[in-house]
Design a protein. Structure first.
Ligand SMILES: *Cc1c(COP(=O)(O)O)cnc(C)c1O
Length: 293
C-alpha cells in the first residue's frame, strides 16, 4: 500500500494514496473493481452493464477492465453528451476503450440498465449488472481488505484516531468501517465528507452498504457530514478551486474539486471546529483524472 506523510497540515498527516492505486488508472474505483472482477469472472460473465456521469471514475475502470478482458462494455451515462465527446480525462478513456455509450435522463437509468442486460443476453452474451460506483458487496469487501492490508503494513500500534474520506455511494466508507471492526480498531472514527447527498440519505446509504456484509452494523458509528457540498455534486466555487491549488503548492498532493478537494477541506475545518486531536489519516480516494478533463 502507498502512503505519504505530509508535514504541518495541521499536525503531521498520514495520507493513504489510493489516488496512485496501481490498477485501471487508480482511485477507489480501481481498488473496488479488482474485487468486483473476481465476481464477474467467477460467474463466467463476458459483458458489464453499468452507469455513471460523463467523468465517472467508475465507468472509466469498467471500460478499461472490459477492454483488458475482451468483454463487452455497455455504459449508460447521464449528463452533457456534447461535453462527453469533447472532454479528456475519464471520458476520453471510456471512448478510447471502445465502450458502447448510451445517454439517458437520470430518471431512466434503471430501465435502461435492465434493457441493456436483456439485449446483451439476446445477443448471446452473459452480462454482469453493476451498480453505479461499484456499489455492491464486492466493492465494500475491497475496502475491508484495504484496511487489513494497511494495518498490517503500518503496525498495530499506529492506530489512527480519525480517518477522513470523500463519501459518495458510501461503499468505501462502509468497507473502512467494517475493516476497522474486523481488526479491532474500535476507537478509530471514520468521517465521511459528502460529495452529493444530504446527511440523512448519506448515512442510510453507508448503513445499507455495511449490511451487505454485517446486517447488525450499528448506524451510530457512521459519521457523515453534508456541510462541505459547495453547492452540490460537481460544483466547485472559486474558494474550492483556490484551496486545491494551495494544497498542491504546499504539499504536492493533487486534489480534485468533485471529491477529494471537498473532503480535504472538510477535514481541516472539522479538525479546527471540533478540536480533534491524535493521529489523523486522510484516505485519498483518487480523482486525478477529474482534474485532467
Ligand atoms: C467515487 C469516488 C468517491 C466516493 O466513493 P464511494 O465509495 O462511492 O462513497 C470518492 N472519491 C473519488 C475520487 C471517487 O471517484
Amino acid at each position: 500500500m502507498n502512503y505519504s506523510w505530509i508535514k504541518n497540515q495541521p499536525d503531521d498527516l498520514l495520507i493513504v494514496r489510493d489516488d496512485l492505486y496501481p490498477f485501471l488508472g487508480g482511485g477507489n474505483k480501481g481498488r473496488k473493481m479488482l474485487s468486483v472482477l473476481k465476481e464477474v469472472e467467477s460467474r463466467n460473465c463476458n459483458a458489464i452493464v453499468t452507469t455513471g456521469g460523463i467523468q465517472s471514475n467508475h465507468c472509466r475502470v469498467v471500460a478499461l477492465a472490459c477492454a483488458q478482458h475482451g468483454w463487452k462494455c455497455h455504459l449508460i451515462l447521464h449528463g452533457n453528451k456534447e461535453a462527453f465527446y469533447n472532454q479528456k480525462g475519464n471520458a476520453l478513456i471510456m471512448r478510447m476503450c471502445g465502450a458502447a455509450i448510451q445517454f439517458v435522463e437520470p430518471q431512466d437509468i434503471g430501465l435502461a440498465m435492465d434493457l441493456a442486460m436483456e439485449n446483451l443476453s439476446q445477443d448471446g452474451y452473459s452480462p454482469y449488472y453493476l451498480y453505479g460506483g461499484g456499489h455492491n458487496k464486492a466493492g465494500v469487501e475491497a475496502y475491508v481488505e484495504a484496511v487489513k492490508e494497511f494495518s498490517a503494513e503500518l503496525g498495530l500500534n499506529k492506530q489512527p484516531d480519525h480517518i477522513f474520506l470523500a463519501s459518495g455511494t458510501g461503499s468505501t466508507q462502509a468497507g473502512i468501517l467494517l475493516g476497522l471492526e474486523a481488526i479491532g480498531w474500535n476507537q478509530t472514527k471514520v468521517h465521511g465528507i459528502s460529495v452529493a447527498r444530504n446527511q440523512e440519505r448519506g448515512i442510510g446509504a453507508v448503513l445499507e452498504a455495511t449490511h451487505f456484509i454485517n446486517p447488525e452494523f450499528d448506524a451510530s458509528k457512521i459519521l457523515f457530514y453534508d456541510d462541505y457540498l459547495f453547492g452540490g455534486y460537481g460544483l466547485h466555487p472559486a474558494e474550492l478551486n483556490d484551496f486545491t491549488m494551495t494544497v498542491a503548492r504546499d504539499s504536492g498532493i493533487i486534489l480534485d474539486t468533485t471529491y477529494t478537494g471537498k473532503a480535504y477541506y472538510g477535514m481541516l475545518d472539522l479538525i479546527k471546529r471540533k478540536k480533534l486531536s491524535g493521529n489523523v489519516l486522510f484516505w485519498h480516494t483518487g480523482g486525478l483524472l477529474n482534474v485532467m478533463c
